[in-house]
Design a binder for this molecule. Structure first.
Ligand SMILES: NC(=O)c1ccc[n+]([C@@H]2O[C@H](COP(=O)([O-])OP(=O)(O)OC[C@H]3O[C@@H](n4cnc5c(N)ncnc54)[C@H](O)[C@@H]3O)[C@@H](O)[C@H]2O)c1
Length: 256
């Protein structure tokens, strides 16, 4: 799997990399030659996924990490650098995702659910970027790729905490990009539409996945593989002059 891909010699961390779309990101980065740490609050899933990537010939490490916990995030970066010697790419994918957050009017959202959503989906990115920064700076071609959501551009109702958190990811991406450009670190975001990830498939029906097709330009259900091309591109040298951007990947549903 590893060897002479576009990301050979690079080291990546994928948060939420144990399952769902994050697992697909980790797999694709490993195929492109990067050594990958799949880190997840579901430590067993992270370890199992890393073992699978290793069995396929990749260089991988699975770690239990809670991105909302400073000590856990700092330990993650230490372990990755101890194991692989460097850190070049941070994929901030871990998130509390809409299918796990019941749809409800904003005035029925419990403040504790609001706080938890913002803690994972926003503070988690901050803590990971903060801990990774010294190594990304040293890398000379550091990359931070944050996962936002098409719901920000659609203003999807029923998930005000989620949509607000993913809107913050766009702002975070822009402001952080301005601060770290001087170190040749790029910061970009991907905003996927409703994607049939393994996790989403467990809780959503085929009809729900097909609902966006009426408004989508490309008339099929979105799958994780639709997102990985942009991820690898942004992680690669080809994207060294692209920063502060959010790429919407939703088959042409939202155009802005
Ligand atoms: N599936 C979609 O339709 C869709 C669309 C747009 C954006 N997204 C975003 O893509 C990302 C992945 O979504 P998914 O569909 O694969 O969902 P998912 O629930 O399968 O993936 C989220 C991962 O993050 C992990 N995680 C949750 N809290 C964590 C924490 N505190 N610390 C570390 N890891 C934690 C989970 O264990 C899980 O593995 C999320 O950020 C989600 O908001 C998903």
């Amino acid at each position: 799997m590893a060897g002479n891909g576009r990301l050979a010699g690079r080291v990546a961390v994928v948060t939420g990399g144990g399952k769902g779309i994050g697992a697909v990101y980790a797999e694709r980065l490993a195929r492109e030659g990067a050594a990958v740490a799949a880190v997840d609050v579901d430590g067993a899933a992270a370890e199992a996924h890393a073992a699978k990537l290793q069995a396929e010939g990749g260089q991988a490490l699975g770690l239990h990490v809670d991105v909302t916990d400073l000590a856990s995030v700092e330990a993650m970066v230490r372990r990755v650098v101890e194991r692989f010697g460097r850190l070049d790419i941070l994929v901030n994918n871990a998130g509390l995702y809409t299918v796990l957050l019941p749809k409800r009017p904003f005035y029925e959202i419990e403040p504790k659910d609001w706080d938890r959503t913002l803690a994972v989906n926003v503070k988690g990115l901050f803590l990971c970027a903060r801990a990774a920064f010294p190594h990304l700076k040293e890398s000379g071609h550091g990359r931070i790729i944050n996962i936002s959501s098409g719901t920000v551009f659609a203003g999807t109702p029923g998930f005000l905490h989620y949509v607000s958190s993913k809107g913050a990811v766009v702002a975070f991406t822009r402001a952080l990009a301005r601060e770290v450009g001087q170190y040749n670190i790029t910061v970009n975001a991907l905003a996927p539409g409703l994607t049939a990830s393994a996790t989403a498939r467990e809780v959503q029906t085929q009809a729900e996945f097909e609902a966006p097709l009426q408004l989508r330009t490309i008339k099929r259900v979105q799958v994780p593989d639709d997102i990985v091309g942009a991820l690898v591109f942004l992680a690669s040298d080809e994207a060294e002059f692209i920063t502060g951007q959010t790429i919407v990947i939703d088959g042409g549903l939202n155009m802005h």
